[in-house]
Design a protein around this ligand. Structure first.
Ligand SMILES: [Zn+2]
Length: 474
């Protein structure tokens, strides 16, 4: 017997043939997809179903994969706007990161993940900042598990970098890092029907010693897991790595033997032609974080060149202190537009390619392409239902990928399923008791964190930012 038949919808499969069934259906048994095809056929074939949903022409996409986030930063949303990086770090990021409690991490993660679910994210890779307290990791993972999302927890770490401005309060010794990383693996890796994974997430090449990085790589492979690191977000990343390791960050990483399909490099804005060849050679994966790159004026990642070289490029929202959202729908539009402007070629990025990056390429980037990323028989039932009539800007719908990428809002995402379980229905998240109460709890946690961290850039303490005046004729 089938657990759930979704019929009479537009099914954008993102399967190898990129089939779209305009009158389609999906049959699900437990956590897996049994069949995707024409609605009429599937309705005839599967008459014995526990549950039938008539989609009434709504669109179904594979669940979106967000390959980079810092969920705790959701509490810092709006505090670091329009600053240079040095001020962004000293005004709020480091004061917050050094004053986090487990509850802050939980509420920040709940807020960020709830927003993510509303925007269709079914898999979220969180890159928890380096920190010295084990129980903070538990706070983030608790939110992932409660919400029922597919969660990859990247345990952040650094054991050096004071010289380059790292706050000593969030550094740890190599021994402490190994202990904490192993704690996360032993306690959580592959729990909840495999929905929760643990990854290793050193902050940057210049904030970790060679010994620490090589040890972390060893642990990564011991647990058959993944390794994610910020690479070449700025020129500083390359220069500081060269100062510490004698080579720019990507070369230093490869030189240490840290390379392979389970390495996910975040940002990669300043890659050279030679670097791009190395990405292809070692099958290194990319997490492209367009909103953050624009927000922090980092530059433009060379996505079309990377794609031409056959490199897998996925999408990341990055932390809400540099976005300021966890909204995949908004991210998709920005992804397309920035490449068009950077290349001055409207064909350099299409709506369809952006959908691939948000789904199957995202799945590949986190090593889950056999399980998720497309709607196909045998894969996990992770999907998103899109209703154009929920937001005026999405009407008329002529091409579902175009509507999703260029004229949708998170209001259009009405239902979200992970592992065959509906975690959002009709715009309401079913795995949280009261969404508004959780929003209020997050607001309170954010305010309390500002008090503890002496972060004053809010309400009356925020001064009118007139730095733009240097560009104005007075
Ligand atoms: Zn990041």
């Amino acid at each position: 017997m089938i657990s759930h038949l979704l019929k009479n919808g537009i099914i954008v499969t993102v399967n190898p043939d990129r089939e779209v069934f305009f009158k389609g259906a999906i049959a699900i048994k437990d956590d897996k997809i049994v069949e995707v095809g024409p609605s009429e056929e599937l309705e005839k074939k599967y008459t014995d179903c526990e549950k039938v949903t008539d989609l009434g022409g709504k669109v179904v996409f594979p669940g979106f994969v967000n390959t980079h986030n810092h969920l705790f930063q959701t509490l810092l949303r709006g505090l670091g706007d329009d600053m240079v990086l040095k001020d962004w770090l000293s005004t709020m990021t480091f004061p917050a990161a050094t004053n986090l409690t487990q509850d802050d991490c939980y509420h920040g993660a709940m807020l960020g993940l709830m927003e993510g679910i509303h925007s269709g994210i079914t898999t979220n890779l969180d890159y928890m900042y380096p920190h010295p307290r084990t129980d903070l990791d538990d706070g983030v993972i608790r939110a992932m598990r409660e919400l029922g999302i597919r969660g990859i927890f990247g345990r952040g770490c650094m054991d050096t970098g004071e010289k380059y401005g790292v706050h000593p309060g969030i550094m740890q010794t190599r021994e402490q890092i190994e202990k904490e990383v192993r704690y996360c693996f032993e306690k959580y890796h592959n729990c909840d029907n495999g929905r929760i994974k643990v990854w290793v997430a050193p902050a940057a090449m210049w904030s970790n010693t060679r010994e620490n990085l090589q040890n972390l790589w060893k642990i990564t492979n011991e647990y058959k897991s993944g390794f994610t690191v910020h690479i070449s977000e700025t020129e500083f990343d390359r220069d500081a790595a060269e100062d510490l390791h004698g080579k720019p960050d990507i070369d230093a990483m490869i030189d240490m033997g840290i390379c392979g399909p389970n390495v996910l490099m975040v940002h990669c804005v300043h890659l050279t032609d030679e670097d791009i060849k190395k990405c292809e050679k070692y099958d290194l994966k990319i997490s492209h974080n367009v909103c953050s790159n624009m927000y922090l004026s980092s530059g433009v990642c060379r996505i079309p060149d990377l794609l031409k070289a056959g490199v897998t490029c996925s999408l990341g929202v990055d932390g809400a202190a540099s976005n300021n959202a966890n909204d995949m729908v908004e991210l998709m539009k920005n992804t397309a537009l920035l490449q068009k402007v950077a290349t001055r070629d409207p064909l350099s990025m299409t709506a369809e390619k952006v959908v691939e990056m948000a789904t199957i390429d995202g799945a590949r980037a986190v090593g889950l392409e056999k399980e998720i990323g497309s709607l196909e028989a045998g894969k996990k039932a992770d999907l998103v239902v899109f209703d154009p009539y929920e937001c005026v800007k999405a009407v008329p719908l002529h091409n579902p990928c175009s509507t999703l990428v260029y004229s949708a809002s998170l209001k259009n995402i009405t239902d979200v399923m992970v592992d065959g379980r509906e975690i959002m229905k009709d715009g309401v998240i079913l795995t949280v008791k009261d969404e508004k109460a959780e929003l209020k709890a997050a607001q309170k946690a954010a305010e309390d964190l500002c008090v503890r961290g002496h972060i004053t850039n809010r309400m009356e303490g925020h001064k009118w930012n007139d730095s733009y005046r240097k560009y104005e004729k007075r």
